[in-house]
Design a protein around this ligand. Sequence first.
Ligand code: BES
Ligand code: MN
Ligand code: ZN
Length: 460
Amino acid sequence: MNRAFASADRAAISVTCIDKTGLDDALSHLPPDQASWARTTGFAAGLGEACLLPTTEGGIARVLLGRGTPETRARKRFALGAALAKLPEGTYRLDPGLEAGEEREAALGWLLTGYRFTRYKDKPALKAGLVAPDSVEPAMLETIAAGEWLTRDLINTPAADMGPDQLEHAVRALAEPFGAPVSVITGDDLLAQNFPMIHAVGRAAARAPRLIEMTWGDAGPQVTLVGKGVCFDTGGLNLKPGSSMALMKKDMGGAATVLGLARMIMGAGMRLRLRVLIPAVENAVSGASFRPGDVLTARNGLTVEINNTDAEGRLVLADALSLATEAETDLLICMATLTGAARVAVGPDIAPFYTDDDGFAGALSGAALRVGDPVWRMPFHEPYETMIEPGIADLDNAPSGGFAGSITAALFLRRFAKSAPRFAHFDIYGWQPADAPARPKGGVGQAARAIFEALPEVLK
Ligand code: BES
Ligand code: MN
Ligand code: ZN
């Protein structure tokens, strides 16, 4: 895996990026033999299209890389970076001329394309090295990439090797080099310490449920991240059909993504106090399973009627959010692969988020555009509050009918985050369904890079 940019002292092959509409002009500035080679080989400067210009000795004199048009660029993130990563063995350097944002995206795209999931099978690393462009801070991009890789590795690891216990170990491994304290409440201790819903969801599994906590930093605003850590979601007694269960190793995608974000924050040495809370469970089937019709009492005293054991994420998150709001927190962020409805609404690319804080929403939306990590704000639509209020308890975990499934889930979570001054919840998918530039098929972080970029403005 390529974890770093090539040293700036290395001899490097120049890469000239060319706009499709400016092709003739760009070629006219090249030596005549190079220009004719580009024409002979049919180079059209399409987005991500590369043309290798040879030296007389058979080496690579220069690379022409197509920037396409504004339209094709809008359709594809990270195309330049992915194209750089596919170049033959060698070290490359971008010629000046790209806009700063595009240069950063190309550099980060090259880094992220270098990700490999090699736990069960070796995969060849990139052959093309890249010297970081002058406009970027290489260490910062490497930190961002390291966070994203952590997220991908955690999601890609199958449930057999990424149960609540291994997720705990992953948090400890992340925390150790940063000197971040970790504490964990496991099994029946969850009952004794009043986390009834984490316990109820996780108690049927052979691997004990737990609440994992990591803290870091001793000055600055308090930021609390809560991530859904359902290591496998069978649906419980409301068992999922096989096709819906197939990908449920990724149901700890929220945990994986907040841990990736934590990795970025700690790696960058941001001035803030961080608290990460992960309810880690397996939603399994056994004689100990919680049941449809059961009424659970949450940590904060609200009663919840279970109408579907497959709506388990909001239950474990509710107890973690309650704990989060018992202490002072300037910003509370929750990330979860919470509903199929969110994926139906916005597909796998976009992270829908909910917040009552217009400042957070604005800062995040701008940051998301800048760093190529798309998000979209969804409404906490108050009139739907009645949908989550059943007859015999305060709350219903799975309103019948399923209208606005992502919104009702978000409203449910907000009931447990009421006292937080700023709360945002992300209903992410955490999975890239097919190879795309800088995002191979498999686990993927969503919104973490955007949040990381927005934090300085949000916490100002
Ligand atoms: N983990 C799932 C949500 C999910 C499914 C996310 C597929 C991404 C892809 C969650 O626990 C769940 O099963 N939610 C139910 C809720 C329903 C029963 C109210 C859903 O969305 O169907
Ligand atoms: Mn479920
Ligand atoms: Zn789930």
